[in-house]
Design a protein around this ligand. Sequence first.
Ligand SMILES: [Zn+2]
Length: 417
Amino acid sequence: MSHAATPRPDIDNVRTLIAALGTAGRTTQGGITRMTYSPEYRRGMELTTTAMREAGMEVSIDAIGNLVGTYAGKDPALPAVMSASHLDTVPEGGELDGALGVAVAIECVRTWHQAGWHPRRTVKVVATVEEEGNLFGLGCFGSRAMAGELEGRSPEEFKDAQGRTLSWHLRQMGLSPDKALQAAKIDPRDIACYVELHIEQGEELDLSGTPCAVVTDIAGIDRHWVEITGNANHAGTTRMDRRQDALVAAAAVVSEVNQRAGASNGQYVATVGKLDVSPNATNIIPGCVRLVIETRSPKPEVLEAIHTDIPRMLNDIGARFGVRTELTRRLYAKPAPLHASMIAALQAAAEQAGVRATLLPSWAGHDAKIMTTIVPTGMIFVPSLKGISHSPLEATRWEDIDEGLKLLDQALRNLAA
Ligand SMILES: [Zn+2]
């Protein structure tokens, strides 16, 4: 299929929109802090709305603040193609995480609009709220609402650090909190598929010098809360051979977890990022340590094997240091494979568009992970220089973004044709 008559999207327009969005929440330290529903966020929504309108889209805001641009297809009764990413940032984040996926999708549609071209299916570009989870501690909030995951919840349940509820925030936005979480749910039958372009946030593409990746799986996250109980005692009078030091045992856990993941050949990553030491005093032997072991892998069988292994490891370490170890809680979000049909569609689009694209798993979570639960979902990565993200230093070469733009454009045209 050839679309030679249609002009191709212009990377300069993407740069302009990204630069404009960069003014919404820019801090004195050079990062961007655009918390969902904040004045900076609303400024970002305004800029995005203007860009969507200029691209020929009708713009609406759903019940929880997801911004939806609709470009009507020739056959509006058909399920639409959705391309989205998030508009919020982490504190002191970069300008590409999230915003880039929105900006490139808008530019694709703008090109079609300028050429007077309409695909068969309607195309919806969505800028989602609260993917980073900074406000209520729940990531991918906007997509979870769209997917219907929050249907049974009340906007009063979600509170920010200041104790302000989702209802309060929605009212600030001029939205009604009444049944908002039910109303934000989309009917999966209305959506044919979902595509998200995002920066990789890892270093694989930059290291291999590849401009794009088609994402195969989004890693699962498995968290184990562990409590190690020893004996808090005098740090001077307790002989070394009489101690039950919970922190020394915890140190063995940290080191064991790290060594095993390091020896896994890249199958998984594991982190102990949080320890609470009690009583946490200079002159007392630590009596209790609570810690969390987090493992991530795109492969469910890998995560299951580690899950089975953790109690054994804890027992060994407990016996070695004379302490009691207990697993108190597990929180498991299974890996999400992206749909084979979408991976194939994106690979075909890359070949058609002459874009070099490899296959990669995603080690970070994304709105796309939630969307896999309701519609065929695909994802495109562009490189993150040195793998830096969630930082003002986050960057991607514009030549590489241009390749991603070409790939997304071709893919959206094919999927909407
Ligand atoms: Zn992101």
